[in-house]
Structures are given as structure tokens and as C-alpha cells.
Design a protein around this ligand. Structure first.
Ligand SMILES: [Zn+2]
Length: 213
């Protein structure tokens, strides 16, 4: 299955997408990180990708990630046009429009896995940790407060890099839990074994992903 994906020059098609199990899709995400971190990126043919794009999209997974400029999702997973849905919002939080996007990606467009991807050195997490309130940021950062409270209770309130990165990890776990709690569609698909919902923390310094249970 990974070999079939690796042999693609153009876009992933309906038949390959539908043949994937949720575990296969997670395996493709992990293989993408492996390719990116070892310099073994796939060679995709842009005219073929564009020609395939006209026929539809069959992404194998959807990623909910932060907007951070140092966490370019397609590069992290060695992804090309048609491989991934990517929903980005500061702090990778599960607000209603983001949840809707993931519901579409899985229930209606056939993606087999959802990855909530946080990252180290996250500015949104740092802002939430400091209690920043300003404009629309107040509401968004409020969604990170459960992770801030849990991390401060366990680690103390110092805004060290270690504590903030731990908070990014806890925030990923909180977002995964929120997807299951707040979306009957996503929790239902997961319960039926049709999708996997997983988490990860991207290290902006190494380019690697630590997978979160
Ligand atoms: Zn961030």
C-alpha cells in the first residue's frame, strides 16, 4: 500500500483512497515524515497532478494544524496536490468551522484519518499561557486554556520552553478530545472504524513529528 502510494507521479485517486484502512492512512502520514526527514521525497509530476486535479480529489487524510510559518504541513508530510486536506488555525483548536471542515473531509470526501498537529515554540500557546486578551484573539486563546490549566497544575506556571512545549502536547490531546466530544459525525465515524483520529507535535527545530496517543 505504501509502495503503491510511493509510485504515484500524479494525484491519489478514488480507488487507492477507498482501499486504505484508517491505519493505512496513519502509516502514510508517518511515511511522509520519514521521507521528509531523510531527504527521500517523492518525485511528483506537476502536469500530471494538475490534470488529475480536474477529475476530483481523494485525499487520504486531513490535518488540523497551527498557522505557524515554521510548520508547513505539506512539506512536513512530503505531500503534493490532492494528498491532504489541511485546516489551519492559530493553536490548532477545534472551533465549529474547523470541526465542520473535518466532517466534510472525512464523511463526504473520504479521508481515512484526522491528525491534530501541534508544534513546538507555538505563539498561540505562549499567548494563552500569558493570558493575552485582545480582539478576536481572546476567544480563540480561550480554547487553549484547558491545556494551560492542566499543564500549569502539573508543571508549574513558569513560562519556560519546556513547559510551553508540554502545553502544546496537552493542547493536541485536548483538541483530539474536543473533536470526539463536539462532533457526533467524527465520533461516529471513528466508532464504526471508518476513520482514525490521532495527534502529533511537530518539532520546528528538527522537522520531525512526535506522535501523541
Ligand atoms: Zn502555533
Amino acid at each position: 500500500m505504501i509502495d503503491r502510494f510511493r509510485s504515484l507521479e500524479g494525484a491519489i485517486g478514488a480507488e487507492l483512497q477507498q482501499s486504505l484502512s484508517p491505519q493505512d492512512a496513519v502509516g502514510l502520514l508517518k511515511d511522509g515524515v520519514r521521507r521528509s526527514t531523510t531527504g527521500a521525497q517523492m518525485t511528483r509530476n506537476r502536469p500530471a497532478l494538475l490534470a488529475d486535479a480536474a477529475g476530483g480529489q481523494y485525499p487520504y487524510a486531513a490535518v488540523l494544524s497551527c498557522i505557524d510559518s515554521r510548520a508547513p504541513v505539506e512539506q512536513i508530510f512530503d505531500a503534493a496536490s490532492g494528498d491532504l486536506f489541511v485546516a489551519r488555525v492559530a493553536g490548532n483548536v477545534a472551533s465549529p468551522d474547523l470541526i465542520a471542515s473535518l466532517e466534510y473531509a472525512t464523511k463526504y470526501a473520504g479521508s481515512k484519518a484526522i491528525l491534530v498537529l501541534g508544534h513546538t515554540r507555538c505563539g498561540a500557546v505562549k499567548g494563552a499561557w500569558a493570558g493575552l486578551e485582545d480582539g478576536h484573539l481572546t476567544g480563540l486563546l480561550g480554547r487553549i486554556q484547558p491545556a494551560v490549566a492542566a499543564t500549569k497544575a502539573a508543571m508549574g506556571a513558569e513560562d519556560s520552553a519546556e513547559n510551553l512545549d508540554r502545553c502544546s502536547l496537552v493542547n493536541v490531546q485536548e483538541t483530539v478530545a474536543a473533536l470526539r466530544r463536539d462532533s457526533a459525525i467524527l465520533s461516529g465515524l471513528e466508532a464504526e472504524g471508518k476513520i482514525a483520529i490521532i495527534g502529533g507535535v511537530y518539532d520546528v527545530a528538527t522537522g520531525d513529528v512526535a506522535w501523541v496517543d
